[in-house]
Design a protein around this ligand. Structure first.
Ligand SMILES: [Zn+2]
Ligand SMILES: [Zn+2]
Length: 338
């Protein structure tokens, strides 16, 4: 079996891997579709090794085999992968901070004892069965493959829910920004403004529900003095951290959703004068996956407009390279390894 893996800086290869088998506590899933995530592209471009276990982590598939001790899954179940429920036994769980469960977090980032040697850019993958969540809503495979990034947006909105009168800015209209803005709108934000340099993506933001979409220059002018109530930073580049604070009003909130890979320069003076609240938002919680499925199934979040194309596994190395060189050439590319 071939698996698509980052094997070095700007090197992506289809590597021979043994067919996965179900060990105790794991399940083997035949992959239907797996989305290419910005994290995969960062891994491809970055100089540090990219964890093979998460190379391809936005997927839907069918359970082929379950290992000993797995009760909640059966052969033939359609599932997506996410984060396990809190373990109840680690120091964080015992301290009552189950949302920061150490073992669930390590599983999510592919650093747990059951982490697979490759991700879901492959015909099949085996991992901790607690990370598999049955698709219990009527979703197409294309929709189900985008539940994982939708849950990232939902988690962000759950961290800092907008009030009904809020003007909300979503900075950066890649997949996470486009999904976050839809969840923010579904959560009742009265005015959602997308900020994005790319014209095609601005149009897409309006198509999926933004009340308006501005260039960063226009947004600076618009929010430079008055300021938005709440800014979701989804661009994930160092310069946008301060830009987000610049756009929020005094006493407003900035939620860091996108992960900037380098350090950022900030203006402490502006942060202090504004008494800004800056919140981080990492990943998601187990129960949020079902809520994200509901948002898609009810049409409150549209994922179909984000889906550009589906490529075969053999075409993945070229697709990764093209996306890494020109990230705004597509929003969401799915891989069909069958
Ligand atoms: Zn991702
Ligand atoms: Zn725990």
């Amino acid at each position: 079996m071939k698996a698509g893996l980052v094997t070095g800086q700007r090197r992506f290869e289809l590597v021979d891997m043994p067919d996965p088998v179900a060990r105790p506590g794991t399940a083997v899933v035949d992959v239907h579709l797996c989305g290419i995530c910005g994290t995969d592209l960062h891994g491809f471009l970055g100089s540090t090794p990219y964890n093979p276990a998460i190379c391809g982590h936005e997927f839907v598939g069918t359970v082929r085999q379950v290992g000993d001790g797995v009760g909640h899954l059966h052969e033939g179940d359609r599932v997506i992968a996410g984060i396990a429920p809190a373990c109840g036994q680690c120091p964080s769980c015992l301290a009552g901070r189950t949302r920061y469960c150490v073992s669930a977090f390590l599983g999510m980032i592919g650093r747990d004892p059951l982490a697979p040697p490759h991700g879901a850019f492959a015909r099949a993958v085996a991992m901790d069965a607690r990370r598999f969540i049955p698709v219990t809503r009527p979703l197409t495979d294309e929709q189900a493959a985008v539940v994982e990034p939708t849950t990232v947006g939902l988690h962000a909105v759950n961290r800092t829910p907008p009030r009904v009168t809020d003007t909300v800015v979503v900075q950066g209209c890649g997949p996470i920004g486009l999904l976050t803005l839809q969840v923010a709108r579904a959560a009742g934000a009265s005015h959602v403004v997308a900020v994005e340099p790319n014209e095609v993506r601005r149009a897409l933001a309006v198509r999926v529900g933004a009340h308006e979409a501005l260039t960063p220059e226009a947004a600076r002018e618009r929010f430079g003095s008055s300021g938005a109530d709440l800014v979701y930073e989804c661009a994930g580049v160092p310069a946008t951290i301060q830009a987000a604070v610049d756009m929020v009003r005094q006493g407003g909130t900035v939620n860091i959703v996108g992960l900037a890979s380098g350090n950022a320069t900030i203006s402490p003076h502006a942060w202090l004068i504004k008494e800004v609240t800056v919140v981080g938002s990492i990943g998601y919680l187990h129960h949020e996956f079902t809520d994200a499925m509901d948002l898609i199934a009810t049409g409150k979040v549209q994922t179909d407009p984000l889906h550009d194309s589906t490529v075969a596994l053999g075409d993945l190395p070229i697709a990764i390279e093209r996306l890494a060189d020109d990230p705004s050439s597509a929003v969401k590319v799915l891989v069909d390894p069958r």
